[in-house]
Each structure stands twice: as C-alpha cells, then as structure tokens.
Write a protein that binds this ligand. Structure first.
Ligand SMILES: [Ca+2]
Length: 146
C-alpha cells in the first residue's frame, strides 16, 4: 500500500490503447508527429479529442473514501478550445468538476477535488472536448479518507 493519494487511474498517459472508452465523437492516440506545435506531455503518446468528443476512463475504486481527486494535462491550442472534466460515480450522471483550457500552445496541469457520494464504489473520469481538437495527457485520479 502506498500513500492515500496514489494514482489509481489506468493508462492516463495514453501510452497504450487500453482502459478508455470513446463515449461519443472521435478521439485518437497520437504521438509527436501529429502536429508540429505539440509533443506529448509525458511519454511518447497523448490523446487527441476532436470537437464534442467524449472519453471515459476505466473506473477506479472509491470504496470507503470521502474525497476523490482528478488531475490532467491539457494543451488546447488556444483559449477558445477547452475540455470539461467530470467524475462519474457508480455510473450515475456526471458531476462536472470544471472546464480547463491551456489558453495557448502549451501544456497546463489542472487538479480537482470532489466529495465521494456516500456509499459510492467507483469513480470514472469523463472528458468532453468543446469546439475543436484538444490534446490531453497524464490523466490521474485517486481518493483518500481525508
Ligand atoms: Ca503520454
């Protein structure tokens, strides 16, 4: 057992094709050859989400936990593009944590904390792109008793 805040999310760096589901729209795993202005934040690959694409992570356990957290890096190209980050507990309606935009051709890391609903067993991370392509990498999530 590690610390209470260890990352539990699988393949948040998109180095492989596993663990994530395309809920709607188009998203793909790309590398640095995808565009001259963006290289992966970590590793060799990143997620590219097209307009209105929705991606959901594999769920992680939040049994007995009170607070969950989600962290991600996004490169939105400009300030008109963004990603809305939500938490899905036990498959229920998404709880919106916030909308992130790097505001330019750069990576920005954002982190959110969210209360775990009483009795919830799992949390998945749901990402929704808005008007145009955005890159996402190094998505992490976990939970604690604190
Ligand atoms: Ca990566």
């Amino acid at each position: 057992m590690g610390s209470l805040s260890d990352n539990l999310l699988d393949n948040g760096g998109f180095e492989s094709s596993g663990a994530w589901t395309t809920v709607s729209g188009t998203a793909s795993i790309v590398d640095a050859s995808d565009a001259a202005w963006v290289a992966p934040y970590e590793g060799a690959r990143m997620l590219r989400m097209e307009q209105n694409a929705v991606m959901q992570s594999a769920p992680i356990s939040v049994v007995g936990r009170t607070t969950a957290w989600v962290e991600l890096a996004n490169n939105s190209y400009d300030s008109s593009r963004s990603v809305t980050v939500s938490a899905v507990f036990d498959g229920d309606d998404p709880v919106v944590l916030g909308t992130v935009s790097s505001g330019g051709q750069k990576w920005v890391v954002d982190r959110f904390d969210v209360p775990v609903p009483a009795g919830a067993s799992t949390m998945a991370v749901l990402l929704r792109a808005n008007v145009s392509a955005v890159r996402v990498d190094d998505v992490r999530g976990g939970s604690s008793w604190l």
